[in-house]
Design a protein around this ligand. Structure first.
Ligand code: NAP
Length: 302
């Protein structure tokens, strides 16, 4: 297989860290598909990727890889399912980047009735991965990169055998908890797929001045973290999306063993201990399977 025929999917690839990652992948010769909710933003991002592919083509004398935008709201399990069907129709992916993520200031539910922060930061990536991974395993190769966050340190402590948090909703605590669920699933998946040829890595971009980074407000944090918010904001949310994409790009293109977590510098870091705790991994896996049960079955071929 030539480098230019490799296919990558980047969720939330129309802006921020996802677009910077997708751009780097297009420059590496990948045919990149990006996903987001906004058609105009998606079209503009796709044109940027096509230009990067054309520049590479001119420099290397190889054919330009394609760039594609798919509009979808990935907080909906049905939309994730439809996306997986669309992607699988063209064969196995070489690279899946589970980049989409974000926060909700208020306690919100998706159209499926699922707490929205948990849905977009964990369940969308979980479901998409489960629906695409069998084809990667059959092909005997592939790579899955999942975005994680230092917000795990401030995760709400409600056990991960349920979606809803026990106490009052704070956006950042809910976000950290969903990211913890997602990293625990990712670490469990890395173990599950050992020997299949499919590598599983996580990438922590660090705090970055993206749309999400800029939307941080003190009321997302419970006390006492709320008191430290001005300091956190001024000192942390400075890196550009391109700099913050270093960890994703390293995870996608670097030579690291499966199960590695790349930190903001693009080098391996030790994950939060809860993400490698077998009890947490088991709880998250069971919860995710149960919550996505109908969406997991409807996409399978006969
Ligand atoms: N920024 C940080 O400081 C930071 C720190 C640690 C980890 N991270 C993680 O890095 C990843 C990227 O974050 P970012 O800061 O680059 O975010 P961002 O700038 O807000 O970009 C989010 C991307 O996802 C898309 N998106 C958002 N909600 C979506 C939905 N429901 N369905 C489909 N697409 C959706 C957005 O496009 P549309 O709005 O058009 O849909 C956009 O392309 C996330 O997983 C985040 O948790 C970020």
């Amino acid at each position: 297989m030539t480098e230019s025929t490799k296919r990558a999917l980047v969720t939330g690839g129309t802006g921020g860290i996802g677009l910077a990652t997708a751009h780097a992948l297009a420059s590496h010769g990948y045919a990149v598909t990006i996903v987001g909710r906004d058609q105009r933003r998606g079209d503009a991002a796709r044109d940027q990727l096509a230009a990067a592919a054309a520049a590479r083509s001119a420099a290397t004398g190889t054919a330009a890889a394609t760039a594609r935008f798919i509009r979808a709201d990935l907080s909906s399990l049905h939309a994730v399912n439809a996306l997986a069907d669309d992607i699988r129709a063209s064969g196995p992916l070489d690279l899946l980047v589970n980049n989409v993520g974000g926060g909700h200031r208020q306690h919100t539910h998706t159209a499926d009735g699922i707490e929205a922060t948990f849905a977009i930061n964990h369940l969308s990536g979980y479901l998409l991965t489960e629906l695409l991974v069998d084809d990667m395993i059959s092909a005997g190769h592939g790579r899955i990169v999942t975005l994680t966050s230092g917000a795990i340190r401030l995760a709400d402590r409600t056990p991960l055998d349920r979606v809803e948090m026990a106490g009052r909703y704070y956006g950042f605590s809910a976000y950290g908890r969903a990211k913890l669920a997602n990293l625990a699933y990712t670490m469990g998946l890395a173990d599950r797929l050992r020997g299949t040829g499919v590598a599983v890595l996580a990438a922590d971009p660090g705090a970055s001045a993206t749309d999400m980074g800029r939307s941080m407000r003190a009321d997302l944090f419970p006390m006492p973290a709320r008191l430290a918010f001005p300091l956190i904001y001024l000192n942390l949310f400075r890196s550009s999306p391109a700099d913050a994409a270093r960890s994703s790009i390293a995870a996608a293109t670097g030579d690291f063993p499966t199960g590695t977590v790349l930190g903001p510098k693009g080098t391996p870091v030790t994950p939060d201990a809860r993400a490698t705790d077998p009890t947490v991994i088991q709880a998250v896996t069971a919860l995710s399977q149960a919550t996505c049960a109908s969406a997991l079955t409807t996409s399978r071929p006969d």
